[in-house]
Design a binder for this molecule. Sequence first.
Ligand SMILES: [Mn+2]
Length: 135
Amino acid sequence: MATLAIGDIQGCFDSFRRLLDICHFDPARDRLWLVGDLVNRGPKSLKTLRLIKSLGSAAQIVLGNHDLYLLMVAEGGAKYRGKDDTLQGILDAKDREELLDWLRHQPLCYTEGNYCMVHAGLLPQWSAIQARELS
Ligand SMILES: [Mn+2]
């Protein structure tokens, strides 16, 4: 059993798939820690999100700023900038609500054993336990 940690996939589905293949990732045996920013900027955000969601408990994720931005745009709480964004495929997808509902239930911080996973660092005043509770 291996645990792989990968950050900032940002919709780069093909590179992500290739990396999983090179590492012989097997969701029945291995675990994936994804350090946020699953989507946006890259060309295949929708396929990336569907794949990660399909991995179930084999993939543990935390949300990054681009994932939060997607949720805000979907709820009408942020204006879609368009220019460098590649989220339209998700926003138009027939399984949009299922994907967004799954995403909004993911944590900002995940701890296991001596490890703490967050997207972009912790406030120095916070312990890992405090950060997880606040998440
Ligand atoms: Mn980020």
